[in-house]
Design a protein around this ligand. Sequence first.
Ligand code: NDP
Ligand code: 2IT
Length: 447
Amino acid sequence: MTVRDKLTAIFADVTRRNPGEDEFHQAVREVLDSVAPALQKHPEYADAKIIERICEPERQIIFRVPWEDDRGEVHINRGFRVEFNSALGPYKGGLRFHPSVYLGIVKFLGFEQLFKNALTGMPIGGGKGGSDFDPKGRSDREVMRFCQSFMTELYRHIGEYTDVPAGDIGVGGREIGYLFGQYKRITNRYESGVLTGKGLSYGGAQVRREATGYGAVFFAEEMLHAAGDSFDGKRVVVSGSGNVAIYAIEKIHQLGGTVVACSDSSGYILDDQGIDVALLKDLKEVRRARIDAYVQARPHARFNAGRPVWEVPCQVALPCATQNEIGATDAAALIKGGCVMVVEGANMPTSPEAIRAFAAAGVRFAPGKAANAGGVAASALEMQQNASRDSWTFTHSEQRLREIMRDIHDRCHATAEEYGMPGDYVAGANIDGFRRVAEAMLAHGLI
Ligand code: NDP
Ligand code: 2IT
């Protein structure tokens, strides 16, 4: 059996054993499509069935989350934590609260996380969790009661040496605060390292909030530099208007680019003068408003309801909202609009068809598991500071983040060249991440 035949058989097995989990299949497929050259070079990985073991999470936890809304009505949501792989360190990855969450989403995210965390070079394994709870329109007290109920089950599975959750879609500083409070109360332990993305008032780290967006932009900057270019004067489109999008926009502006459009699930805003980041933060972080409110304060801007932001012509695009937000039609629109570089701030925002279209058109493309690794890298820095009871300055933390992103970029770039695929950041990221996990798993024996 050739290596490719083996990979095809493994993939068939993954789809059979995990029926209906389309996003998980998609994430596995992308990695299996890349790693054949690494398996050819390292037959010991295949002999030890490393791929088969990687595709099966170490542990999957599904639980009931009952809570009461402000009117006294009882609601039942489903909670998840998938502890994917601990070869490199304690399980590490965010929690997502969004109505679309089901096991297939959590598993795709956990699978991606494992390679992403390996790419950071830091001692963290891969995991992910969340719930189908929808925080939209819920009061602070409702969100608090939900978080307390969620943690009342989750606490028994996590710990600073076991599993360290953080935020993702729908889980930001507010939610992490409530989750931490309940963990502390139940366990009677002030275990700072059990969650990351904490507030600065109780053990959080400088730059964690900014890290995913800033990190993606640092990665993009490295790609531009590699081609003798920079952000200066570039017209950029960013999707989403949450944590990742806001800080990506802020950093692009600091580096001389102009972000002319961003979005939420209701549509997008176009502001040719450049998105007003202070206004966006006020709308999204303070008032939790919808994106159309932007045009009330900036009447020259336009709101386009229900339209994809990718129809706005740009040179660089950063998808920072959700999975599969760039399909084949969107990719065609971006290419037609003059886009030459796509950098994924979100997890798996580009569909396989769109990735192929970008490759065919010569659009440079960076996968999320490399480009958005700044968030989890800053989480690892938060764990480091918590463990040593230390706290670093903003400047020092940002400098560390920049170095980490440069290092990830350079390794993806070098690995792609080593395997004869220069400029292929997908192959570079998948092979380098995979090798790191595989080596640690081999060292641990058959477990
Ligand atoms: P937020 O909840 O802060 O923001 C999410 C943004 O994406 C919102 O503008 C939201 O719009 C939009 N969005 C979410 N789901 C959908 C959907 N189904 N359709 C259209 N728009 C949608 O999340 P983050 O910014 O933290 O996360 C964004 C992406 O980045 C995710 O893919 C996440 O996995 C990834 N990521 C996050 C990291 C982090 O540290 N937070 C680290 C690495 C990756 P609306 O409000 O209307 O729903
Ligand atoms: O997708 C991700 O990398 C995150 N949501 C952040 C994970 C973390 O543990 O900081």
